[in-house]
Design a protein around this ligand. Structure first.
Ligand code: ZN
Length: 247
């Protein structure tokens, strides 16, 4: 592991070698968003697309990127850090060193903190547990039930994610964006709608081609299933998805 912002204590720890030594097995290693993007291909959601990204939202927000049928891994597998794209140049300082990062405005942790404030003010009736994933799911459920405060909280997060996705699409000229990860399990439809609508109105190439936005076929297990397909990817089609993908 070279360096994940949320796991600083693991920086430079030789995880792949340690796992291989302990298990006696060959181990493949990649970040959750890239694994989700590869899994999306192997499990059949990207037929017909050669340039796409998975946006993966769990504790953080990342993206896995496939360009012209090839997985883009950068120089250190720290590719697709969309959560650390600045959405406010005059915004809050982030632990990564940048300013105004998407995660500071749109992550489940931030939405849950905003919900806790709303509960404290008596504006939102929600029994929060203190476990971010459960509380974020509860906010998503409340939004699905039409609670106006929950809708506002999820809507604001989705608008920020949409802004960052537009930047990514404008940079890479993608055909498809797949939303994966546990955070999209209950609130995913709001994010699909917000991102899709924003791309239709604001993406640079919108007059030339539409960018489709959809939920992952792998649901909560997108990263785990994707990780399981890393071995297939490594053995059958290293780096490229094109050779076995679209005719
Ligand atoms: Zn950051």
């Amino acid at each position: 592991m070279i360096g994940a912002p949320s796991f600083r204590e693991w920086t430079d720890f030789p995880l792949r070698r340690a796992l291989s030594t302990t298990t006696g097995l060959h181990c493949e290693f990649d970040n959750d968003a890239t694994a989700a993007a590869i899994g999306e291909y192997w499990l059949g959601a990207t037929a017909g697309y050669t340039s796409y990204a998975s946006v993966y939202m769990g504790s953080g927000i990342g993206a896995g990127i496939v360009m012209d049928g090839t997985i883009y891994q950068g120089v250190s597998s720290n590719v697709g850090e969309i959560g650390h794209v600045s959405v406010d140049a005059n915004g809050l300082p982030c632990s990564c060193g940048n300013i105004g990062c998407l995660e500071l405005y749109a992550s489940p942790q931030v939405v849950v903190a905003q919900a806790a404030d709303a509960v404290a003010r008596g504006e939102l009736m929600l029994p929060l547990t203190g476990i971010v994933s459960e509380d974020f799911a509860a906010i998503g459920t409340a939004a699905n039930d039409g609670d106006p405060v929950a809708l506002q909280l999820i809507g604001r997060s989705a608008d920020y994610v949409a802004s960052a996705v537009i930047s990514m699409v404008n940079l890479l000229d993608l055909q498809l964006v797949v939303l994966a990860g546990s955070a999209f399990a209950t609130a995913g439809s709001f994010y699909v709608d917000a991102i899709s609508s924003a791309l239709d109105k604001r993406a640079m190439a919108r007059a030339i081609h539409r960018v489709e936005v959809r939920m992952s076929v792998n649901g909560n297990d997108a990263a785990a299933l994707g990780a399981a397909t890393l071995v297939l990817q490594d053995r059958l089609s290293p780096r490229t998805l094109r050779s076995v993908s679209i005719a």
